[in-house]
Design a protein around this ligand. Structure first.
Ligand SMILES: C[S@@+](CC[C@H](N)C(=O)[O-])C[C@H]1O[C@@H](n2cnc3c(N)ncnc32)[C@H](O)[C@@H]1O
Length: 204
C-alpha cells in the first residue's frame, strides 16, 4: 500500500524530473549521454524514454522515443521536432523498423522488466542489419554501497539486479557485453551500471 503511494508520487513527471535527480545526488546527464556514445549520424530508438530527460544531451540524426506511461510521454512530447518523434504505449514495432535504428537505448528500463519480459523485448527488436548496439543503464546493488543499495531497493522497478545478474540476463538473451561501466551520480552515493550490448547474431 505504502509502496503503491510512493510509486505513484515518483511517477508524477515533474517530481520524476526535479526531485529524483536531487535524491540520487545529482544525476550527471552529460555523463550518461556520453556513455551512450551516440553520434550525429545515429538513428536512435529510446525504449522507455520517460519524460525525455536525456534527449537534450544526445546526439543523433533521428530519434524515436517510446514509453508505456502516457503522462511521461506527454511531457516528453514537448521536445518533438522534425527529427524527434514519440510513440505511446507498446505498439512501436512498425515505427521501430521504419526508423532503421543504429542504436537502441534502454535507460533505466531493464530493472523494470522480468527476465522473460526483457527477452521478449530483445526478440521484438530482432536486430535489423542497421543496429550496432543496445545501451542499458540501470540502478544496481553493489558490495559495501549501503545507501546505493537502500535507494535501489526503494526504486519503482521490481527487478533491480546485481551487475552479475544483469550480465547473465544479457548473455542468456543473446547479447554480448562489449562495454560495462559504473556511472556514479555527482555526490557518488548512487551508482548506476551501464552496458553496451551487441546482438550476437548480427554480423559485424
Ligand atoms: C526509470 S524510467 C526511465 C525513463 C528515461 N529513460 C530516463 O532515463 O529518464 C523507466 C521508464 O521505462 C518505462 N517502461 C517500463 N517498461 C516499459 C516497456 N515495456 N516499454 C516501454 N516503456 C517501459 C516506464 O514507463 C518509465 O517511463
Amino acid at each position: 500500500m505504502l509502496r503503491k503511494i510512493k510509486d505513484g508520487i515518483l511517477a508524477v513527471p515533474w517530481i520524476y524530473d526535479r526531485v529524483r535527480p536531487l535524491a540520487a545526488g545529482g544525476i550527471d546527464f552529460e555523463a550518461l549521454a556520453s556513455f551512450c556514445a551516440t553520434t550525429p549520424e545515429d538513428r536512435v530508438f529510446d525504449l522507455g524514454c520517460g519524460t525525455g530527460q536525456l534527449l537534450p544531451y544526445l546526439r543523433f540524426h533521428s530519434y524515436l522515443g517510446a514509453d508505456l506511461d502516457p503522462q511521461a510521454l506527454r511531457r516528453a512530447s514537448r521536445l518533438a521536432s522534425a527529427s524527434v518523434s514519440f510513440v505511446a504505449g507498446d505498439d512501436w514495432d512498425r515505427q521501430y523498423f521504419e526508423l532503421e535504428p543504429t542504436v537502441v537505448l534502454m535507460i533505466g528500463v531493464v530493472h523494470h522488466l522480468s527476465d522473460a519480459a526483457f527477452r521478449r523485448i530483445v526478440e521484438r527488436l530482432s536486430p535489423p542489419q542497421s543496429l550496432r548496439r543496445i545501451v542499458t543503464i540501470d540502478v544496481t546493488y553493489l558490495p559495501d554501497q549501503w545507501l546505493n543499495n537502500l535507494l535501489s531497493r526503494m526504486d519503482r522497478g521490481r527487478h533491480v539486479r546485481t551487475p552479475q545478474a544483469y550480465e547473465k540476463l544479457f548473455e542468456f538473451s543473446g547479447l554480448k557485453v562489449t562495454r560495462g561501466s559504473v556511472l556514479p551520480t555527482r555526490l557518488r552515493y548512487v551508482r548506476y551500471v551501464g552496458y553496451h550490448l551487441t546482438p550476437e547474431r548480427v554480423p559485424r
